[in-house]
Design a protein around this ligand. Sequence first.
Ligand SMILES: [Zn+2]
Length: 688
Amino acid sequence: MRTYFVRHLLALLLVLATGAQAAHPPWRTSPHPESSASGLTGACEDARDFLLGTGRADITGPAAEVGMMGYGMVEQQTTGIHQRLRSRAFVIASPCNGKRVAFVSADLGMVFQAVKQQVVERLRARYGDLYTDDNVLLSATHTHSGPGGYSHYTFYNLTTLGFSPRNFEAIVSGVVASIVQAHERLAGGTLRLSSGELLGASRNRSPNAYLLNPADERARYAHDVDTRMTLLRLTRADGTDVGLINWFAVHATSMGNGNTLISGDNKGLASSLAEQAHGDGDSDAFVAAFANANEGDVTPNILGGTHGGGADDFEDTDLSGRKQYDFAAKLWAQAKTPLTGGVDYRHVYVKMDAVDVAPSFADGAPRATCPAAIGLSMLAGAEDGPGVGVEGVTCAGGQDAWGQFSCSLATTPCQAEKPIVLETGSMRPAPWTPEVLPLQLVTLGNLALVAVPFELTTMAGRRLRDTVETALAPTGVTDVVIAGLSNAYSGYVATREEYARQDYEGASTHFGPWTLAALQQHFHLLATSLRDDAGVPPGPTPRDLRQEQLSLQPGVVFDDKLLWVDFGEVVTDAQPAYSRGDTARATFWGGHPKNDLRLEGTFLLVQRREPDGTWTDVATDADPATRYQWKRENCVPTLACSHVTVTWRIPDDAAPGTYRLVHEGHWKSGWDGNVRPYSGASRTFTVK
Ligand SMILES: [Zn+2]
């Protein structure tokens, strides 16, 4: 993600306007239950029986007039839906030691700390101590095409004009609903693991920074991105397959910064394909998560710049999503190795801006992390969404596009090569980015998940995996994956060498050049305590900023229309006939999507007529083949009307027959302020 410089002013105004005084809670420590047997020893050794449950829920926020999260552009606001966003949950428990973990992969740019705080709070209200910070792992797919404004930290709400309570609630309640569903479906089963190399689906977007890593280290790897996909197949004892999770490191940026339709991007599309293949829609649905890993410097746009090989954003998304889906299907069929051992986990909050790094984790000298700050090159953006200036501006250079300006910027000895454009950690009343951050280690039998609230570059991820793998090897752990963008968010982590170049990822490494070393040190501690059955102190409690949130986002005043038309009436009708591969389209008089988000519902239906005259739904707004597009029209100069266009790209395997496009929504009355449902249908048309 990136943010333009000018927008800091906007946020500054925002802060000044509120005059908000953040309560600064003391860093209190809470008692922590001592952990019992390690997952892989004692009663859990060789245990193959797990309890499994999967769940899926809708987390699609306002589909119009909310700034989107990822590219950091005020003008990129939602205007409709390409795919609905989902939270996909997996509860996995081990009878051998009575421990459980809830893993969630959500179609979000990031999982902000506030989301984790309130999800755990609601789970606690329902289940007591069964689900806590320690065993709930929320990971984002990193789609850049979802609505934003759901962080409690100013920096991440700059381009969305503050906090969006509607979006935040849609996300938190959906994530909770998916976990509750998984919890209620818990039944005996097995986990099988499979992995392989997926080539041609990703590319390093900062190759020159990668080249600064030591030659002998680079020589250990065939590529400058991690091409490994690791897949878990979840099967109930009765043989029913209930889901899959895979981890593959790639940015969900096939959709560019010109897209304004909500979309799960390549990861969401792959999930949708997998779920459709396993009979999407039935009551006991199969749940397929395409989770992210150490994707910090990894782009899906394999042809350079923002190009992924398709004709447009939608084709790029389709290409990348299908590559990931096809490969996952292959690994799925091959998954035979059962995971053995129980479930275990360790979690700690770390004040990331004040870590003393021991010489053995740094360069032989004692080092420290720094107050959070972003470098000038963050404004340049990564090549997936270019911004202002160029990448790679360092204090030492000064001859780049920014010239004298970059060298006139302050840096600190701690931040070394980084020309500081904004010290987010020093902003008052509250810092603009968090510094008390969650680090979490989960083992599911032989598989370890390293959950980090960052975007790690390829080599940073490899080093962290090595640290954990070495510490856990005696317990039988054979596979370690990075669960990126988990539980909170605070920018990127580049290696010390990559940091020196100050490309986008280095400039976005908030806590300075030794951030990765600090992570390795803390994960070494988590891994050894898990190995040795020891507990870890919980660390400081992150601040809760829910009382400080301000929104400048417009609500819906009311919906206008011309006197002689009704909501749901057709403006431009469908054609009488189409062929497969064509796009059917109709435009309706509509209401604003903020009137009702239609969670677990839809704004559109594609329906086919049965021989008895009844209509069968064949697609909703969640289907990548459909689009729901909202547009504000001045129907006469004084009236602000909504036009809604429904499109359906008719699949090549669509059954011939008679179809229609339906739009459903809610409108808000200017007379009584009430919100009422409406619907409308296009003419019928034939598909040949
Ligand atoms: Zn990113």
